[in-house]
Each structure stands twice: as C-alpha cells, then as structure tokens.
Design a protein around this ligand. Structure first.
Ligand code: 5GP
Ligand code: MN
Length: 344
C-alpha cells in the first residue's frame, strides 16, 4: 500500500515540516530504535522533529543516540499536546491501534487533523493512517524503517547513528536473530547496518550486559515460581508486587524472563503474570512456538494482542483468580497445544 504512495510521501518530506514520531506505551527496543532511527534520518532533511513516547522506558535503552531529546507524554502533557496539535505529519511506529499509547494520549492523537503515517508489524492494524505500511511478516519495525528509507532511495543517508538505532530494534525483536520472523533479508539489512557503522558487540553489551544484582535475584525468584502443565505443553511464571518490591524492581527488569519458560524442552506456550499495584492489573506476556497464536489467545481472553508468537495482555482480577481463569481456559486449546512442532 505504501509503495504506491511513496512519491507522494517523498514530496511531502522534501520541505521542512513539523513532525511528531510516536512509539507505543512502555516502549521496547524496537519502539525506541525505530522512532529514533527515523528521527535521525528525517533530521537530514532539516524537519522540525520530536519523538514523543507515551511514558518512560527502561534504563538499558537510555544510551540510544537522541535519547535526551525524547519527550514523555505522561510527565510533559502540556508541551506534548501542543506539539501534537501543531504537527503537519505524525508517524506512529511499532503499534497498530491508538489505544496502544494509553487513553489520554490516544485522545490527543485522534483529535489531531495531521495526516498519520503508520509503520508497524503487529497483526490486525486499525485503519487510522493516511499512509499505512503494515507487514506482519516483518521481524521488527526497525527492519521496516530500513525498507522505508530504501523505498525513498535514501540508504546513502544512513549513518552510524541511524544504523545503531535500527540495529537495536531488529536485535531485540528477533531475540538476537533467532525468532521465526528472522529472514535472510533481516540478516542482509543487519549486514548493511554494520557496514554503515553499527557496532554489533557494543550494542549487544549495552542492551544485555547491564544487569543489576537485584535483577538477577528477581530472575532467580521468577524461575522458582515457574510452573509446568506438561500435558498442555504450557509453562507459566508469576511475580507478585511484594516479590518485585523485595528485589527493588525497576522498569525493564522482567524483560525476557518469559523466554526461560519457553526454553523448557517440549514447551510450546509460555506466560508470565506480573502484578502491578500502580496500574491495578496483572500484566501478562505470552510467547509461543509454532502455529499456536498467542495474538488470538490474548485477544480472546486477556484484552491484548500482538504477534503469532509474542503478545501482551492484562487481567483486572487478582493473581489467584487470574491464574485460575487461565488454567480453566487452557483445555479449550488442548488440540492446538498438543500438535507436534518441528524440533519439539
Ligand atoms: P510484551 O509481552 O513484550 O509486552 O509484548 C509482546 C508483543 O506484543 C510486543 O510486540 C508488543 O508490542 C505486543 N503487545 C503487547 N501488548 C499488546 C496489546 O495489548 N495489543 C497489541 N496489539 N499488541 C500488544
Ligand atoms: Mn516491534
């Protein structure tokens, strides 16, 4: 769809504009990598630009080039509203529906008349953007931003800064190039980004080798809490607010924990339930291997969604009833979950 519009977009971008770039709430590596990568690319055209994140993100992303320019809607509402209202063009990256930025910011985005340009790889995108570049087969929004720059015939403009940002999101969304969405094209893009100056070892260290002692202790607790339902090839982890407090939880500390459950031999479906007193919900992350769609599962039962093999959701009851509910739903999927999967 966007390819047909690319010359229109090129001429739109050929004169300086007020541009706002928005990732989803609780931004991850792909959300911040793609928004900042696009930010640095569009800077080469001297646009008046700003990245507005709905809220704050983990410390392991704060070294990203341009981090100091990012505004947070949650703590800077008035400034952010002003910028959104004055925008000539709004890019929405790495999400598929306005509600993914949170209720208050969604209202402001919806009310704005500026044309929107969506770049996203989540399933079932809403139809709010004038220009929609949606492709659920893509590893990451960062790979799509690379494609977008390529469609605009501008890969020459990719410097080490842009390459670094885009590398981050491809690396984090592919679990360091191992998930099914990783294609030979993904590796080609990564190769090009390294040629442009992305320092792969340094980036990996910056993201993954910044553990605090307390985060590793929290991981220890999460693994102790791990439960297995072998006949349904399911494993799940719980973390209560009390446990998070005990280990001095910081944003991002539980990132990746659910993958330990998925790494169990024979397990196809892994879930982590994390209590949040602040939001008064249980936050849920779903992961799967093979055909079992956690996007569908989360949409049907836990107010969320995402991709076939990775999705988020939430529950508004307490931990005990959330787990009871989850366990009561599972047998409906017995057939799907007992299907063999390559290598398992
Ligand atoms: P996580 O479990 O890491 O929070 O999310 C896994 C994937 O699902 C990410 O790509 C995330 O952006 C997406 N995701 C998380 N929550 C939701 C949701 O409520 N709706 C949709 N459409 N995607 C979600
Ligand atoms: Mn993503």
């Amino acid at each position: 769809m966007i390819k047909a519009k690319i010359s229109e977009i090129k001429s739109l971008l050929s004169t300086p504009k007020n541009i706002v770039i928005v990732p989803h709430r609780n931004p991850d590596g792909d959300a911040m990598g793609s928004t900042l990568g696009l930010y640095h690319y569009l800077k080469t055209y001297h646009h008046n630009l700003v990245v507005i994140a709905p809220n704050d993100y983990p410390a392991f992303l704060k070294w990203l080039p341009g981090d100091d320019t990012v505004l947070k809607f949650e703590s800077q509402q008035e400034d952010c509203k002003d910028l959104i209202n004055k925008a000539d063009l709004i890019f929405t990256l790495d999400f598929n529906a306005f509600h993914r930025v949170g209720e208050q910011m969604a209202e402001v985005l919806e009310a704005s008349n500026a044309p929107k340009l969506m770049i996203d790889h989540h399933q079932q995108p809403d139809d709010y953007a004038k220009y929609t570049y949606s492709d659920v087969s893509m590893s990451s929004t960062c790979e799509m931003v690379y494609n977008f720059i390529e469609m605009l015939n501008d890969t020459d403009r990719i410097d080490a800064t842009i390459a670094t940002c885009l590398y981050v999101g491809i690396m984090t969304d592919t679990g360091s190039f191992r998930f099914r969405s990783t294609t030979s094209r993904t590796h080609q893009v990564i190769g090009n980004l390294i040629n442009k100056g992305a320092d792969n070892t340094q980036i990996h260290n910056n993201i993954y080798d910044t553990n605090s002692y307390s985060r590793l202790q929290l991981l220890g607790r999460a693994l102790q809490n791990l439960k297995i339902i072998p006949e349904l090839r399911t494993a799940y982890i719980t973390l209560s607010q009390t446990e998070l407090d005990e280990f001095n939880f910081k944003k991002g500390d539980t990132e990746g924990f659910v993958n330990y459950a998925l790494s169990l031999k024979g397990i196809l479906f892994a879930v982590i339930f994390i209590e949040s007193h602040q939001d008064n919900i249980i936050k849920i992350s779903f992961r799967s291997k093979g055909e079992f769609s956690v996007n569908e599962f989360s949409r049907a039962h836990f107010h969320g969604g995402g991709h076939t093999n990775a999705a988020g959701g939430r529950s508004e009851t307490d931990m005990t009833s959330t787990i009871d509910n989850f366990i009561s739903i599972l047998p409906q999927y017995k057939q799907e979950l007992s299907k063999a999967h390559n290598g398992h």
